[in-house]
Design a protein around this ligand. Structure first.
Ligand code: AMP
Length: 114
């Protein structure tokens, strides 16, 4: 399959507002924010959906969550709270087929997030 739009961001082929990066993942602001803080945590190794992640990659999923938690703490958002979301496939509202964790916060979040 051709490169995902997030692979293009990782490769610096298209711009993004990157807030964190290490050897495992990259985090950048969502271009269509659904909350005052809306950052996507994306593993550099691509899996199309959560369904494609083997159980041997449990650590990768934990790393994504902890990176989002650490970022929320670093910007002073953790005490008030935040939401982490990973959409899967059509009914989950997934639009980019390269797994990513949404971090949403900065205000009370009411209702759902799609
Ligand atoms: P999902 O619907 O869970 O697949 O989320 C994909 C998210 O990626 C959406 O919230 C989009 O606004 C966001 N998105 C798509 N393309 C870009 C981009 N080039 N830079 C930043 N965010 C993007």
């Amino acid at each position: 399959m051709s490169g995902s739009i997030f692979e293009k961001i990782i490769q610096r082929e298209i711009p993004a507002d990157i807030v964190f990066e290490d050897e495992t993942l990259i985090a950048f602001r969502d271009r269509s924010p659904q909350a005052p803080v809306h950052v996507l945590f994306v593993p550099k190794h691509r899996y199309d959906t959560l369904n494609d992640v083997p159980s041997t990659e449990a650590e990768l999923l934990g790393t994504l969550m902890l990176a989002a938690r650490n970022y929320a703490q670093s910007i002073g958002m953790a005490e008030d709270g935040y939401r982490l979301v990973m959409n899967c496939n059509r009914n989950g509202g997934q639009t980019v087929y390269h797994i990513h964790l949404h971090l949403l916060g900065g205000a009370p979040l009411t209702g759902g997030f799609a």
